[in-house]
Design a protein. Structure first.
Length: 82
């Protein structure tokens, strides 16, 4: 169920909201993967920051897709030395 919601949000570029460790998180989801412990995780940018974070599926509750706006992923680009 969570995978379907996250996949839909990623494809449609919609932010999601959920509770993580009893704190509300608004996230622009980038991709679903497994972490170093082999547990399923979502990676994305926290709304209002430039920080990319990982969140474990088993700690995510009350997940919902927000229809605020579509987002574009921020891709860090290093300036090439001339």
């Amino acid at each position: 169920m969570k995978s379907d919601i996250f996949t839909s949000a990623i494809v449609n570029r919609k932010p999601v909201s959920f509770l993580y460790n009893m704190q509300e998180i608004v996230l622009e989801p980038y991709y679903v993967s497994t972490n170093s412990l082999g547990k399923k995780a979502i990676y994305g940018r926290i709304n209002g920051t430039s920080q990319i974070k990982m969140f474990q599926y088993d700690r995510i509750f009350n997940l919902r897709v927000l229809n605020w706006h579509s987002f574009s992923p921020i891709i860090p680009i290093m300036h090439a030395a001339n």
